[in-house]
Write a protein that binds this ligand. Structure first.
Ligand code: ATP
Ligand code: MG
Length: 221
């Protein structure tokens, strides 16, 4: 009888797929999100960036989020022309509150441990990270890429990166991206007030918004 030596397969760090995760409510998705994702993909040589429209994030519970089907479809439309971009239903498929840490764990399972994940956030989102569920664990299962965002000071972002890196022994990369002072809040308010949103977001998303009457009754952010 032949002798079989069972060897536990160990994946070399270099063999791992490098995948960016772009989380957001995308209500609606705009060029700020797309430019950030593409700049990070290019800089880190990522094989793909997966956009994850938030399901029911606890930090936005007081806000009147649009239906998740609309947010998912707008994200799909906006990313369709980029072969490196994908959209995941990991969060929109779930009932109840959704947390980034659970979503990243789910991705590790879906990729059978063969991928390394870079969670992409704007400067504002990184400021809020301490309020997220299980931050300790999150820093162990992904690296972060913190992108500059107009209105948020570079020094503050760098201080925050230094503080979080030390506190959680995690990895946060800093990237300066082309500055686009665009926000979904501003787009929603503009649509509600009949102000043009042309060139702030892909035309196909703009058309989708008007076709479905989104944001027309928006009273505030
Ligand atoms: P809202 O105004 O509803 O909060 P938003 O424009 O901030 O919308 P989100 O869906 O909240 O968009 O953001 C998703 C992610 O994209 C966050 O990490 C956020 O920091 C980042 N982001 C959004 N807009 C920009 C931008 N213009 N430049 C860089 N990063 C951005
Ligand atoms: Mg936001």
């Amino acid at each position: 009888m032949g002798l079989f030596i069972m060897r536990k397969e160990k994946t070399d760090e270099n063999e791992l797929l490098q995948i960016g995760i772009m989380g957001g409510t995308f209500d609606p998705i705009h060029y700020g999100h797309l430019v950030a994702a593409e700049a990070v993909r290019d800089k880190f040589n990522l094989q793909k960036v997966i956009f994850v429209p938030a399901g029911n994030p606890p930090h936005k519970k007081e806000k009147n989020l649009s239906n998740k089907m609309h947010r998912y479809l707008m994200t799909l439309l906006a990313t369709a022309s980029n072969t490196f971009f994908e959209v995941s239903t990991n969060e929109t498929d779930k009932q109840g509150y959704t947390y980034t840490v659970d979503t990243i764990k789910q991705f590790h399972q879906q990729f059978n441990g063969k991928a390394k994940f870079y969670f992409i956030t704007g400067a504002d989102a990184l400021n809020e990270i301490l309020t997220w569920k299980d931050v300790d664990c999150l820093f162990k299962i992904c690296e972060f890429v913190a992108a500059t965002r107009p209105g948020f000071k570079h020094e503050q972002l760098l201080d925050n990166i230094q503080y979080l890196t030390k506190k959680y022994d995690g990895k946060i990369h800093f990237v300066e991206i082309p500055s686009l002072a665009i926000s979904s809040t501003d787009i929603r308010l503009k649509v509600a007030n009949d102000i043009s949103v042309k060139y702030l977001l892909p035309e196909v998303v703009e058309t989708y918004i008007y076709k479905n009457g989104l944001y027309s009754n928006q009273l505030n952010s």
